[in-house]
Unconditional design. Structure first.
Length: 349
């Protein structure tokens, strides 16, 4: 239920609810989860109990209405009705039973909302959640093995790479098919459709990763749940940046914003803060983009290269994150920590 609601929350539906499948007694715990998450109206239309051996339903109007009265007295109902096995007599008894009960009060929005992602299972990132590990082995630039399998169109074997990351407790799965040798858009769509059929993979949130917007859009069209787009930036200019962000919003995804603008990649503390603050202002003022759906990548850059101008890259990143967090409430941050050590490769001694 939580994963379902997270995946459709962006649509701002008039009412969200549950109907059929169960009777009121069995449905209540699931419906309560929904009312806990939904800031809008909720509805419930249960069956007249569970089906019997003959495929019929045994709850009479009195039992049916009494079971739903428990919802009403707990303040859970905005809209209520009946599904399989219910007749006008059931609805009449229900209406009479709940007529004096006040409707569910809509919850107050949280002052500091947290990021919510989902695959088939929810992934709610509270301040206590700690780091989330992004598995990048299904990335043509992150795994030579995966690239070789994709180049050979060995999709089932490529799926084994994906499953191995799940077994190693990745929290989010990154997928990137940027290559001059394959059609990235076609490969993204095909592999995403394959991934959603594998429960151990589909339970996790996906990160749709590409430098080409059509590839990202193809991935978003093929997955369930709430994904992360990786990435967009102001290097394409404000107009295109906002167009892409608007589509991210339409698909109900979160987004990684790179600290990159028309002048290039942010390397200094000042540029990281300036670009991220500008991106935040545009997203909030022009699109009313949810701040909890924004992830800033402030560019972890390589240190110890021997060039003096690179010496402050590490501390600049840390200080920039602190300042952006202070001035851009509710956002999250990502960082490629392995970038720090590029200059150390081959220097194990």
């Amino acid at each position: 239920i939580e994963a379902f609601f997270i995946s459709i929350k962006h649509a701002k539906a008039f009412t969200v609810g549950i109907n059929c499948a169960l009777g009121a007694a069995q449905m209540k715990k699931f419906y309560t989860m929904l009312t806990d998450m939904n800031l809008g109206w909720c509805h419930v239309y249960p069956n007249a109990g569970l089906p019997n051996a003959m495929g019929g339903y045994d709850e009479d109007p009195e039992i049916f209405s009494t079971n739903l009265f428990d919802y009403a007295k707990d303040g859970l109902l905005n809209f209520v009705g009946g599904c399989c096995g219910t007749f006008p007599s059931h609805i009449a008894a229900l209406a009479n039973k709940v007529k004096d009960c006040p409707p569910r009060k809509l919850p107050e929005p949280p002052k500091y909302p947290c990021m919510q992602l989902s695959g088939l299972e929810p992934c709610i990132l509270t301040p206590e959640s700690g780091f989330q590990w992004v598995g990048e082995r299904c990335n043509l630039m992150g795994s030579a093995k995966f690239k070789k399998l994709v180049d050979a169109y060995k999709w089932d074997e490529a799926m084994e790479v994906c499953l191995a990351q799940c077994e190693k407790k990745a929290d989010i799965l990154d997928f990137n098919f940027d290559s001059d040798l394959i059609d990235g858009k076609s490969a993204m769509g095909k592999f995403m459709r394959l991934c959603v059929t594998e429960p151990n993979v589909a339970k996790l949130p996906f990160m749709i990763d590409s430098s080409k917007w059509p590839v990202i859009e193809e991935g978003l069209k093929c997955v369930q749940g709430k994904s992360i787009v990786n990435s967009i930036s102001l290097k394409v200019g404000e107009e295109e940046f906002l167009r892409q962000a608007r589509l991210v919003q339409r698909f109900g995804a979160a987004v990684v914003i790179m600290a990159f603008d028309e002048q290039g990649q942010a390397a200094t503390y000042e540029d990281k803060v300036r670009i991220c603050q500008r991106s935040y202002r545009l997203l909030r003022s022009k699109l009313d983009f949810n701040p909890e759906d924004i992830i800033f990548d402030c560019n972890v850059l390589t240190i110890a290269t021997g060039l003096p101008e690179h010496n402050s890259y590490g501390i600049d990143f840390i200080n920039a994150v602190a300042e952006i967090k202070r001035t851009c409430p509710c956002v999250s941050f990502s960082g490629g920590l392995s970038n720090l050590s590029f200059s150390f490769r081959g220097l194990n001694s």
